[in-house]
Write a new protein. Structure first.
Length: 156
């Protein structure tokens, strides 16, 4: 839940900064609009999903969603890095926008990607652990049954 909260917090900050640029400047480039859409969708989705892992029957089923969002945030980070990294920040659109805000947007976009990737890894570990637990329970319930992996090839 903490990792989902960090994704949520990063997405809120990214949403606020991109909203500032969209509201203050008339320039509406594809990269800034994409970043805004990903931030808004992440805030809405993660607001609901933050509490799902608290359920007792949760087994890590949000893995595909975290995979999708990690790629979306990676793309947003690449867009912001291409637009505002280095010395071109002052002259990049929106012209006149402060470089500190542009760099903050770039940093929090990376953090959103990083925490989404962390969620992905945690979900994978949780799903793997659940699979091992199910296998152990199955072996305990049927101790004399030969498991498919334990069969020995016939001697010829």
């Amino acid at each position: 839940m903490v990792a989902c909260g960090l994704v949520f917090a990063s997405a809120v900050i990214v949403m606020a900064l991109t909203s500032y640029f969209i509201n203050r400047f008339s320039w509406r480039g594809v990269h800034i609009v994409y970043t805004e859409v990903i931030a808004v969708v992440t805030v809405l989705i993660y607001l609901l999903w933050m509490f799902i892992p608290l359920m007792s029957g949760y087994k890590g089923y949000l893995l595909p969603i975290h995979l999708i969002f990690s790629y979306l945030w990676l793309t947003a980070f690449i867009f912001t890095a291409e637009d505002w990294s280095g010395q071109s920040c002052r002259y990049a659109s929106p012209a006149g926008g402060s470089c500190s805000r542009k760099h903050a947007l770039e940093a929090f976009t990376f953090l959103a990607f990083f925490f989404t990737l962390s969620n992905l890894i945690l979900e994978g570990l949780l799903l793997h652990r659940y699979g091992l637990q199910q296998q152990r329970e199955n072996e305990e319930a049927h101790p004399h049954e030969v498991q498919p992996m334990q069969r020995v090839a016939p001697i010829q």
